[in-house]
Design a protein around this ligand. Structure first.
Ligand SMILES: Nc1nc2c(ncn2[C@@H]2O[C@H](COP(=O)(O)OP(=O)(O)OP(=O)(O)O)[C@@H](O)[C@H]2O)c(=O)[nH]1
Ligand SMILES: [Mg+2]
Ligand SMILES: [Zn+2]
Length: 397
């Protein structure tokens, strides 16, 4: 029977929450179905990712086929530890259009990123937060700033941190995940797929644990880590919050600092909401809002000195990345010219130049990925330390 011949009511629409072995776990309301992929989708090379919305048709397992176990940390487990989860089976028949796709971990249809920082321990770093905000803007992900460990600072100090970012227009909440207090965050999660990001030790896992009591996130992190060989994709899993309607949370930290690489110096200002509205009025189209004449940003933007300081530091960083890439590319170009000898090769040289730049980019990406992975394998920490290892930045300044 073809999919189209099925009555509509036998098809269900759900979200892929996890992939294990050959099964996609699809959440439909409060149920999860272990689904195979219809042959037609396979043939077309369409692969659903976690976060994808799909249509499934219910299907008994094929004769002799063993149903997979419930996924670890299935949303049916934390709340009803005594229940034997009832895994039903189906097949994904249609992959619905996806709005976006986050890489590493690969998650589709991400609505927002929860940027977690600590009020203290590790010390609150405006620069670090600003860097995450730039990455979120670059990735087109609306951020919610979560200041965790608010129990560690006096209320006035906390209020100052919050106001500094609320006044720019960001959504800011504070939590004490260690005391299971994440109540300010919950209303921001309804109806959305959220990923977490933030430096190591700020309390990302604690926040998820506070929202999903009973879920052993530590253990989960270890198991996702094991799969992360040099060439394997990291699979994330999504968890639904029982207390909040249609809220999905990814269990792995979203995005890494590697993406700084893709930010051009002249675009950086656009990622600062205080600067962006004035950029079009700068006289120079390539204005970097530093010492240029007739810079509308310098003249008119209302920006806190610490924020502008972050801008300057980040500009320095992306400029260094660009310089580094250009240097490598020109070295390669010279080598190619030498190999080819002089004269009569103008046309080819252009192509070679482009190729050199492309291959340079590829090599750099590979090198960064390898470094990143080595760093990640060596340490338990995620992004922050890896970044420092890569770029040699002193974050303490
Ligand atoms: N005082 C206080 N400590 C907290 C709070 N939330 C988490 N912690 C502690 O901070 C430490 C780090 O918390 P994690 O949840 O592991 O931090 P993480 O962001 O997941 O860290 P990585 O997995 O390394 O990226 C743990 O010792 C927690 O107990 C809080 O609200 N207040
Ligand atoms: Mg963690
Ligand atoms: Zn300017």
């Amino acid at each position: 029977m073809s999919d189209d011949a099925l009555p509509v009511e036998e098809r269900l629409t759900g979200v892929v929450v996890c992939q294990q072995a050959n099964f996609f776990y699809v959440m439909v309301g409060a149920d999860e179905y272990a689904c195979s992929l219809r042959g037609r989708l396979k043939k077309e090379g369409e692969t659903p990712y976690v976060g994808d919305r799909v249509e499934i048709v219910l299907e008994p397992p094929a004769p002799g086929e063993r149903l997979p176990p419930p996924r670890s940390g299935s949303l049916m487990l934390p709340d009803r530890p005594d229940a034997v989860p009832d895994v039903r089976s189906g097949a994904i028949s249609t992959l619905l259009p996806r709005r976006n796709l986050l890489e590493r971990p690969t998650i589709a249809n991400v609505d927002q990123v929860l940027l977690v920082v600590a009020a203290a321990q590790p010390e609150f770093s405006a620069y670090m937060l600003d860097k995450f905000l730039v990455l979120a803007a670059h990735g087109d992900l609306p951020p919610v700033i979560v200041i965790n460990k608010r129990d560690l600072v006096p209320p006035e100090q906390l209020a100052a941190m919050i106001d500094g970012y609320r006044s720019i227009g960001y959504a800011v909440v504070s939590t004490a995940a260690g005391n299971a207090d994440v109540s300010e965050l919950l209303p921001h999660l309804a109806g959305k797929l959220s990923v977490l990001a933030g430096p190591s030790g700020v309390g990302k896992s604690s926040i998820v644990n506070a929202m999903l009591p009973g879920l052993e996130l530590r253990a989960l992190e270890v198991s996702t880590k094991l799969q992360r060989g040099r060439h394997t994709t990291r699979h994330a899993a999504l968890y639904a919050l029982v207390a909040v309607p249609d809220a999905l949370i990814a269990d792995t930290p979203g995005f890494s600092f590697l993406e700084m690489e893709a930010i051009l110096p002249k675009d950086l200002g656009w990622y600062f909401p205080e600067m962006a509205p004035h950029i079009a009025d700068c006289k120079l189209p390539s204005c970097l809002h530093m010492q240029e004449h007739s810079c509308a940003v310098k003249e008119r933007a209302v920006i806190r000195p610490e924020r502008y300081e972050s801008y300057v530091r980040l500009l320095d960083e992306v400029q260094a990345i660009e310089r580094d890439a250009a240097e490598r590319s020109s070295k390669e170009e010279t080598a190619v010219k030498r190999r080819m000898g002089a004269g009569g090769l103008e046309g080819r040289l252009v192509k070679v130049d482009v190729a050199a730049r492309e291959s340079d980019r590829k090599t750099r990406n590979q090198r960064l990925n390898a470094d990143w992975q080595e760093a990640a394998e060596d340490e338990d920490d995620f992004e922050l330390d890896d970044l420092e290892a890569l770029d040699g930045i002193d974050e303490e300044a």
